[in-house]
Design a protein around this ligand. Structure first.
Ligand SMILES: NC(=O)c1ccc[n+]([C@@H]2O[C@H](COP(=O)([O-])OP(=O)(O)OC[C@H]3O[C@@H](n4cnc5c(N)ncnc54)[C@H](O)[C@@H]3O)[C@@H](O)[C@H]2O)c1
Length: 404
């Protein structure tokens, strides 16, 4: 039976996912709610949804099977728990939560209700991460002992307008959101490939020097003045992961805002804004085209030679050759995509998980491992880089093996 979904938060990010949920053949009725009622009405009208409801409580009281949460990034934890406790499956935009307690509460609620929770981590399907998963499966990396993940997005590139829309007239209070509390793209892109999790961290925060008054401890509700931060993590397999979260940086994030490097004993992968290479002990191979979603390929592109004719349109809608588009429902082919081709896979993962009552790849336990290391990293940065242990909630009850 089709899954009915209630959307919470009709802001800037929800629309692209609403459209994909609407197209997915496994989704039925869709409702929407936003504190700003006009936003919900507009999204409902634009995407042809089945109605708006007054508020979150009304959404939970409705007969939808699932709730998809697209509210501001520091709000998710308590909303997710409330939705699970009301008997709804939950899709949540990143991050999972902003404190260890909130994460623990979500995991407890998932365990006790047996409902599906999924965090929509776009980096899990970043082409570089997909590429690294495949190379790990074939053994070509050998042992990966060092990796890097960067989320590089300057305030000048859209963030002022986004935070003003999001925060209203007091937007500076929240535009100072600590970079390491938004760690899931950089961490998730590394740990989405490796069979390891972070066990300790030392992080250095860079105090902001810009005069726009955003990263000001006296204004920030997060009491934060770091605009950039770099963390070094010890991993459970004895390896090392370094992540960068940058909000003041001369870098073209519209070309590639999440970028990765993985170094193994036999092979390595390195990525810049426009170039991605695979290397072994003899050679460098330019694999940029395999992980590239930025250029629209024409259907007769030689790179598509081995792709069935009926699937070629999927490659013109923001997927990379490394993506397994064959697993997606035909209704999504050609639909708008985003974040390096990840959106279609995330929507399909959630619907499939609810339909089949199985854990999605980025389930609560995996989401915790993508989120909590950043929370502890921010604590470390606030203690001048002191190395701190990272609590772990363990493996998911059933480990999933995905090669897509
Ligand atoms: N790559 C990615 O995965 C990615 C990219 C962008 C945004 N996001 C995430 O998407 C989420 C939404 O981001 P956005 O830019 O759309 O934010 P936004 O501020 O534009 O929209 C949030 C909306 O939620 C509404 N809202 C807040 N609390 C509510 C409540 N209790 N009940 C009903 N409505 C409520 C607000 O009124 C607002 O319209 C954030 O968590 C962000 O981290 C993820």
């Amino acid at each position: 039976m089709a899954v009915s979904i209630g959307i919470l938060g009709a802001g800037q990010f929800a629309g692209t996912f609403v459209k994909l949920f609407r197209l997915h053949p496994g989704v039925g009725k869709m409702l929407v709610s936003d504190i700003e009622a006009g936003r919900a009405a507009e999204l409902c009208e634009r995407q042809g949804l089945d109605g708006t409801v007054e508020d979150f409580n009304a959404l939970l009281a409705s007969d939808v099977d699932a709730v998809a949460i697209f509210t501001q990034r520091w709000t998710h934890g308590p909303l997710v728990v409330q939705a699970l406790r009301a008997g709804k499956h939950v899709y949540s935009a990143v991050p999972m939560a902003v404190t260890e307690t909130e994460i623990a509460d979500i995991i407890t609620a998932v365990k006790e209700t047996g409902l599906i929770y999924m965090m929509g981590e776009t980096s899990y399907y970043n082409p570089a991460t997909v590429y690294a998963r495949k190379k790990l499966n074939t053994g070509e990396f050998g042992r990966v002992f060092y990796s890097e993940g960067d989320y590089v997005h300057d305030m000048d590139l859209g963030f002022y307008a986004a935070y003003q829309y999001s925060g209203g007239e007091n937007w500076k209070q929240t535009a100072s959101y600590p970079p390491m509390l938004y760690p899931t793209h950089s961490i998730g892109g590394v740990l989405g490939a490796l069979d390891a999790h972070a066990v300790s961290v030392s992080c250095i925060g860079v105090k902001d020097e810009h005069d726009d008054g955003v990263f000001d401890k006296n204004v920030s509700i997060f009491h934060n003045d770091f605009s950039n931060a770099t963390a070094m993590f010890e991993l459970s397999d004895g390896g090392v992961m370094r992540t960068n979260e940058m909000r003041r940086v001369g870098y073209p994030s519209h070309m590639r805002e999440s970028r990765f490097r993985y170094f193994g004993t036999e092979g390595s992968f390195e990525q810049l804004a426009r170039v991605s290479v695979w290397q072994d002990k003899e050679k460098v191979y330019d694999v940029s085209a395999e992980v590239d979603t930025s250029s629209t390929m024409s259907a007769d592109d030689p790179a598509l030679a081995n792709v069935a004719l009926e699937l070629r349109d999927a490659f013109t809608s923001g997927h990379a050759p490394v993506h397994d588009v064959k697993r997606l429902p035909a209704e999504l082919h050609g639909a708008p995509n985003g974040h390096e081709g990840s959106h279609h896979f995330l929507v399909d993962d959630f619907v499939t998980a609810v339909e089949t009552e199985t854990l999605p790849p980025v389930n609560a336990w995996v989401a915790a491992r993508f989120t909590l290391p950043g929370i502890i990293a921010h604590q470390s940065a606030n203690q001048s880089g002191q190395r701190l242990p990272i609590p772990d909630f363990g493996d998911p009850p059933v480990m999933l093996n995905t090669d897509s």
